[in-house]
Design a protein around this ligand. Sequence first.
Ligand SMILES: [Fe+2]
Length: 310
Amino acid sequence: MAGFNSNEYRMLQSFQWQNLSSDQQFSLWKDAKIKTFAHVNAAAPIRIKSFNTADFDSIKSIKDQCRGANLSLFEIHDVPKSENEAAKELAGFASRFGLTLPETHRSEGEDGVVALKTSSASRQKGYIPYTPRALNWHTDGYYNAESARVQAFALYCHNPAVKGGDNQFIDGEIAYMRMRDENPDYVRAFMHPQALTIPANEENDGDGRPVSVGPVFYPDSVTGRLQMRYTARTRSIEWRTDTQTQEAVAWMREWLDRGDEFRVQLGLKAGQGVLNNNVLHNRTSFEDDPNGGGQRIMMRARFHDRISEE
Ligand SMILES: [Fe+2]
């Protein structure tokens, strides 16, 4: 990023976040993280003529923003006309960020991209993403097996809701930072390999999902950077029962409710989207046009790899 200190980026990449004993390293990292995050957060959306013609500089800017803040907002000028075109173009665009391992998803269309919209299809029935209801804080794929973790996703607004449907995002590294400031033992509890269990999901058609057990904070297997696996839901979920974990869960819920100066709130307009390293996010409830004129359609692509860093 022009005019920005590359030492700070290096600091973010090399920080040993799993080592909770060095307060000095933590303090240095924190300064770098806050500076970098604030810089990205204050930036305008990165404007791109079209998905297919995105130039090298725009791609680099998005990569740099994700390296610093794990999130980048972009805006497409020549938008794809149809859902199918949007899916195809979004998949092609994502591949330019080293995102080459798409998640196979029950609701995906072509190119591993899912169209999130109100749906009455039987496979989607009852799943909140396909209703106009609010979605609580989570990271994507928190219920996945360890071998299929989601490290990044792209979200692109093909058509906004008539009302509502805003998203909020919080960088997992900011969550880690706030939690470690509050109590490093909470971070330790969230790093435990059995911190969070999502029981198996049995389905009538036998197409269930096995139990998912794992930590909240874990390292990306390639870069070592912090990734998060979290849900604020309270049903069909088992947290470790020790005091530290229970206190950490309560603190996290309270902190997310309270808000943070680095919480990013976006009402994505048609043509806008985000690329991110699977940061915490939620969604407010929304309304589609009752006359059938407009329906909220968000295209989403999930990946098992992080956005590449240069
Ligand atoms: Fe999500």
